[in-house]
Design a protein around this ligand. Structure first.
Ligand code: ZN
Length: 414
């Protein structure tokens, strides 16, 4: 009988989103993340084009936005388990199509947000939902062991993974950052992963040498830490005299509640539209906009892109402020960006950027690689994998659908 060997395959390397990969050993296969590419104005399904009702999965399979793997969507067959790092759609969109028999694992700390988003229809989820796994717990998938190790990202319940097979150790960072409110989690992951054979490194913020990545240009107009964004909320609300409107990312529950607290301190109430409020776990809902229009200095209204027409009813008076704080669209690379600017201009709002990316800055990507000190690093979830250079550490830019055996991966070590 042939000896079993570990095989690592990227179904999508994430350019810059939609990363998914499998680790196989013998008869077992672990699949990590199962989302859909988010690239407005570039992806085939974007700008309002959606898979057609009743044949969504077939449409996604036909154009390669869902991977063709047996035993995932039907007829499980006992081979594959699925592991989810966090709730963002570029990591979870396809979960809704999983066969009910496929073992599905995600961080327990994600459950409250997942249930809220599934209930609000924002992130439809498979039934049964799967199993929430506590931090630092290990799940077996045949002879593959998968340990959940939390990281800090811009939503509750993000994790990385340590993956061990009989012949190889891997770490997958998941989406993470060092400048959030919980850097000790990211640091703990780096410690736990130290010395692995292979590091699969999320690297959204890496920029090609001659260009600034759109994500960086947009989300880091001024590079702020999450704590600095929160402090700026307070300063801004202290000086604001008219209506304040904020475009937030509702899944970032910590930022929403921080803005809510800052509002309270300055005698305002933060109001959200009903769906965003469910996602954010926020209780105060925007009811009749006329009530806000009658007394604008007592309110801060959170409006997402699709709620911008509500500005017509809110009638923001002179001196009103629009805070762009990581709600979609994230930047000029999204065709919706100029539309957002047109609304802001139409109502004469002062635009204030208070943003803090959920992703490690490029120097922190390097810091992660240095701290983990793997035998080999594979930069993924980025447009510029070749920009990752860490002296003394071998790098492989993985090719989609190319299987890498443990022998090949080891031979590439520095
Ligand atoms: Zn992501």
């Amino acid at each position: 009988m042939r000896r079993a060997t570990t095989v690592l395959t990227f179904l999508a390397t994430g350019d810059p989103t939609g990363l998914k990969f499998t680790v196989e050993y013998g008869a077992s296969r672990a699949l990590f993340d199962f989302g859909r590419e988010h690239a407005p104005g570039r992806a085939l399904f974007s700008l309002g084009l959606e898979p057609r009702p009743g044949r969504e999965l077939d449409d996604l399979l036909a154009i390669g936005m869902a991977p063709r793997l047996e035993g995932l969507y039907r007829d499980w067959g006992g081979r594959t388990s699925v592991f989810i790092s966090h709730l963002h759609l570029d990591h979870t969109f396809l979960v809704r199509y999983l066969d009910p028999a496929v073992p599905l694992y995600y961080p327990a700390a994600m459950e409250e947000l997942r249930a809220a988003c599934a209930g609000a229809g924002l992130v439809p989820w498979r039934t049964p939902a799967g199993i929430g796994i506590a931090d630092r717990k290990t799940i077996g998938c045949g002879e593959i062991e998968v340990e959940f190790v939390a990281v800090d990202h811009d939503l509750p319940g993000a994790t990385g993974f340590l993956i061990r097979t009989p012949d190889l150790s891997l770490a997958y960072t998941g989406d993470h950052r060092w400048h959030g409110l919980h850097p000790e989690l990211t640091e703990g992951f780096a410690e736990a992963a130290r010395g692995v054979d292979v590091l699969v490194q999320e690297a959204v913020s890496l920029a090609p040498r001659d260009a600034v990545a759109p994500e960086v240009a947009a989300a880091q107009v001024e590079r702020l830490t999450e704590a600095a964004v929160i402090a700026r909320f307070e300063e801004l609300l202290g000086r604001a005299r008219a209506l304040v409107v904020a475009n937030l990312y509702p899944m970032n529950r910590e930022r929403v509640s921080a803005l809510g607290r800052a509002c309270q301190k300055s005698g305002r109430m933060l109001l959200m539209d009903p769906q965003a409020a469910v996602v954010a776990g926020w209780e105060e809902i925007l009811g009749d906009p006329a009530a806000v229009a009658a007394d604008p200095s007592r309110y801060c209204v959170a409006l997402g892109f699709h709620s911008l027409p509500t500005l017509i009813d809110l009638r923001p008076p002179a001196g009103s402020i629009f805070i762009q704080s990581d709600g979609s669209p994230l930047g000029i690379w999204d065709p919706a960006w100029t539309v957002l600017l047109a609304w802001i201009q139409m109502f004469g709002l002062e635009l204030v950027h208070l943003a803090s990316s959920g992703h490690s800055r490029s120097e922190d990507v390097v810091r992660m690689v240095r701290t983990v000190a793997p035998g080999l690093v594979l930069p993924v979830h980025t447009r510029a994998p070749e920009a990752l250079e860490v002296p003394g550490i071998a790098r492989l830019v993985p090719v989609p659908l190319q299987p890498y055996t443990d022998g090949q991966l080891r031979s590439l070590r520095a």
